[in-house]
Design a protein around this ligand. Structure first.
Ligand code: NCD
Length: 305
């Protein structure tokens, strides 16, 4: 494991190993507090972020390392027209590992090609978001104690939601998994996910318009925000943004052990009244993201504790 661009670069054994490390960090954080002493992580964020960037930074600090970086393209030389490749080559002179978010799909892959330092894709356009998937996987594992035989509903913007694309790919490798894709027609899951990921493995999925109809079947409900920044016009966004709003009322016919996930930020799609439901896992997911990023940094820097 040199870089992490697409979650599918990790085998299921490597995912198990990251989960094992994250669980060990949760059990005994003190053991890891100097693990990355003398190492630096750079966060290069060409797009907005709260959780992903700050959890990477918190992860590195909790490993005893240091952090540098920028949080918007306008404060970097990208604003002067510098290429991603030159920026990454430069930063690799200052840091041992880079976490990078970019609006262009494939930008982190290009940055990783020359092998300057390990590159972690922290989200590339509407494409992939592998470290959010690591947070999602630890959350599912902690809640369900397995990845098998789960019916997973993904609801909202399945077209532009990069977390959805990475999570479906990752979960498609476990036995007995079924997907229900709940979205308006305009925001359906991309065809390549069906033809390249699901169909070759014969994984069952349904496409559904109604969250209420899907609800009783679900073990996991993965809510997502409509991705305003990826729309070509504001009118379409306004028309689609509130298609699904999860409320306590809509959870009436859900399973008692449903787990509700959301990568966050939420806009309107989960009412705050749901936050107190014991099935709401999205803030636990935030914390799990930090632990999995700690595990990932250790693996990519080849640090053993
Ligand atoms: C997600 C992202 O950036 O894709 N956020 C995150 O990293 N937790 C989801 C989103 O922005 O809707």
């Amino acid at each position: 494991m040199k870089h992490l661009i697409d979650i599918m670069e990790l085998s299921t054994q490597e995912i198990d190993s990251l989960i094992e490390i994250a669980e060990d960090i949760i059990a005994d954080p003190g053991k890891y507090s100097e693990a990355c002493h003398g190492k630096k992580l750079a966060t290069l964020f060409f797009e907005p972020s709260t959780r992903t960037r700050l959890s990477f930074e918190a992860a590195m600090y909790e490993l005893g390392g240091q952090v540098l970086g920028f949080s918007e393209a306008s404060s970097s030389s990208a604003a002067k027209g510098e290429s991603v490749s030159d920026t990454v080559r430069t930063v690799s002179c200052y840091a041992d590992i880079i976490a990078m978010r970019h609006p262009k799909e494939g930008a982190p892959l290009v940055a990783s090609r020359r092998d300057w330092v390990p590159i972690i894709n922290a989200g590339d356009g509407g494409h992939f978001h592998p470290t959010q998937t690591l947070a999602d996987l630890l959350t599912i594992h902690r809640e369900k104690n397995t990845f098998e035989n789960l019916t997973i509903g993904l609801c909202g913007d399945l077209k532009f939601g990069r977390t959805v694309h990475s999570l479906v790919s990752a979960m498609s490798r476990y036995a007995g998994v079924k997907f229900i894709f709940i979205s308006p027609e305009e925001l359906q899951i991309p065809d390549y996910i069906k033809t390249d990921v699901l169909d070759p493995k014969g994984i069952p999925y349904e496409e559904e318009r109604s969250l209420e109809r899907a609800m009783p079947k679900l073990d996991i409900l993965y809510m997502t925000r409509v991705q305003r920044e990826r729309f070509f016009n504001e009118e379409d966004y306004v028309r689609l943004k509130d298609t699904y709003i999860l409320t306590p009322q809509k959870l009436k016919n859900a399973k008692p052990d449903l787990s509700i996930l959301h990568p966050l930020p939420r806009v309107n799609e989960i009412s705050v009244a749901v936050d107190d439901d014991p099935r709401a896992c999205y803030f636990k997911q935030v914390l799990n993201g930090k632990f999995m990023r700690m595990a990932l940094i250790l693996k990519l820097l080849e640090v053993t504790v």
